[in-house]
Design a protein around this ligand. Sequence first.
Ligand SMILES: NC(=O)c1ccc[n+]([C@@H]2O[C@H](COP(=O)([O-])OP(=O)(O)OC[C@H]3O[C@@H](n4cnc5c(N)ncnc54)[C@H](O)[C@@H]3O)[C@@H](O)[C@H]2O)c1
Length: 354
Amino acid sequence: MKKLKIGLIGSGGIAQGLHMPAYAHFSDLCEMVAVCDVRLDVAKSCAEKYGIKMVTDDYRELLANKEIDAVSVTTPNKWHMQPTIDALRAGKHVLCEKPLAMNGDEARAMCRAAKETGKILMVALPNRFNGPAKFLKDYIDAGKMGDIYYARAWALRRRGVPGWGVFIDKEQQGGGPLIDIGVHILDYTLFFMGYPKPVSASGKTWDYLGKNPNLTNNMGDYDRSKFTVEDFAVGLIRFENGAVVTLESSFMANIEGDPFQTQLMGTKSGALVSPWGNHVRIFTEENKQLFDLEPKNVPHLNGGQGEVEAFLRAILENKPSPVPGEHGLILNAIFDAIYKSSETGREEPVDVTV
Ligand SMILES: NC(=O)c1ccc[n+]([C@@H]2O[C@H](COP(=O)([O-])OP(=O)(O)OC[C@H]3O[C@@H](n4cnc5c(N)ncnc54)[C@H](O)[C@@H]3O)[C@@H](O)[C@H]2O)c1
């Protein structure tokens, strides 16, 4: 089988922590041939580590390389859209980091480019490929939970503002914890619910704690005066099928611990699942007895590797995108409505048209 030639646009935290090791792991399927970063020294050190022959600080130069079949876009959110659209138009398949874009309009443009070019656009959402997701999706698809009509999704950190990168800069990120980590738990939740179509959302965001220089932080230091995103967000999302999801996401909040989980309520049973820690519990009733079930054989899977393998195999086997751009658009459009609702004080429509 022909090995796919891979390029990487962005060689920071997630590129080094997930994409590069995963591509290296699947060396029977692919080969990394080019890496780009505006910090050329960082790109160079990655190239040395993985034996990547082309290094550049201009992603357009990378895209001009005809031998490249597919790219990972692992830049900060502001630089997801243009490199992705340019890559698709240059005939490359794209695995783009989450959130797909800064907002719904950008995500829409990316989905259109994928449609026009016929290339794969996959959103990097690795939790879908971990053990609890595999177990619970199979359980739900077997009809064991009935109809899921409500979910409570939490991506909460007590003192977890990222001290690196540009995560506190609204102009480069599009938002704070809602768009950065809320995206993981909302995707996880909607994946289990079969991605129903959202119609409207209301919500509220605050920034009382993130700007406060007197508070401690558990994820490195940062300049409080540059904190322009929310530190906590809550949203209530309504779906066309009548289901509702509430979403809470924080970088800082005065709460117990750092709960990262979703609680699904179905007509036959419910579930509490956390994407990290292989933890799933099922809540059900039989013969007027209540049961809390803990599955014992939840597989241990590496979500990051699973994501990259799914991307590579979709290209090689001519399959549809394992996590389509349209799902990224739904997530971005929901965040747009929650942010807007926080300003207007009203419920706002969610526009998911491509
Ligand atoms: N899947 C996950 O669990 C996960 C985890 C962390 C980050 N992410 C996502 O990955 C993206 C990057 O996050 P990170 O933590 O790696 O940030 P980072 O700051 O560590 O890395 C980003 C890199 O992109 C480079 N860059 C910026 N603009 C560029 C451009 N125009 N061309 C080429 N390179 C450019 C920067 O110099 C930096 O090295 C974000 O969208 C983030 O949401 C995903």
